[in-house]
Design a binder for this molecule. Structure first.
Ligand code: C5P
Length: 230
């Protein structure tokens, strides 16, 4: 497992101060819509300047026509980030077009697909996709695997079934982790680090339990220590 920290603080200054306090750890940093729309490419560069070994996950969830997605994927590859994601519901042609376009990049970023957004309940999910969340997440994962993506964003509780339906090496990145059973906040179902490890999660994504802690640096140290034993 490799720890991925969500940089969800309200300003670039606060996110960079958090990154600065964690500069001795080789962890993943998740940059989402808010930070990227506001702070853009200079923010990515500032993170790399703090620690060139930070891995960057650009969480922009691309969803458009295949050619437009491939154009965007290429721009993302040029940014030098290490991972980004698309929506699986953009479909097989979009997935294949994106992966074909990135194939000329020697160190292309990893590409993950979002299966089901965890904010959906069954009723609202079925109103759009006409299948249960579990069923559709597995179908989207298979489609992603068959079209050459590296993995999916899913719940920890779907990770094992997705790996069984695809391959053990097919990556799962999972939000909704509360390392030691901390407050769930708005997350519906949360997993501890132990559960995540048991379910085969490759990248646990953790935000609030780290950045809301009085001492994020010690918290990360504690998380990494436990992860090393799992
Ligand atoms: O603070 P917390 O640990 O709940 O943060 C989880 C991060 O993962 C947030 O950046 C949130 O937007 C993101 N995320 C999520 N559920 C998804 C996709 C992304 O919680 N399905």
């Amino acid at each position: 497992m490799e720890l991925c920290i969500a940089l969800d603080l309200p300003s670039a200054e606060e996110n960079l101060a958090l990154a600065e306090s964690l500069k001795n750890y080789n962890v993943w940093m998740k940059v989402g819509f808010r930070a990227y729309i506001r702070d853009g490419k200079p923010f990515i560069e500032a993170l790399k300047a703090i620690n060139p070994d930070f891995k960057i996950f650009l969480d922009l969830k691309l969803y458009d026509i295949p050619n437009t997605m491939a154009d965007a994927a290429e721009e993302i590859a040029k940014l030098g980030v290490d991972m980004f994601n698309i929506h699986a519901s953009a479909g097989a042609v979009a997935m294949k077009t994106v992966m074909d376009r990135l194939s000329t990049y020697e160190n292309r970023p990893l590409v993950l697909a979002v299966t089901a957004l965890t904010s959906f309940d069954e009723e609202n999910f079925q109103a759009i996709y006409e299948k249960s969340i579990d069923e559709k997440a597995e179908q989207f994962a298979k489609m992603s695997y068959e079209n050459g993506l590296d993995g999916v964003v899913c719940s920890s509780f779907e990770s094992r079934a997705i790996k069984n339906a695809t391959a053990e090496t097919f990556l799962t990145l999972c939000p909704g982790i509360r390392p030691f059973g901390e407050d769930a906040g708005d997350q519906q179902r949360v997993a501890t680090l132990e559960v995540a490890a048991k379910e085969g999660v490759d990248y646990p994504v953790i935000g609030r339990p780290i950045y809301k802690d009085a001492d994020p640096q010690s918290k990360v140290a504690e998380i990494l220590k436990v992860m090393a034993t799992l």
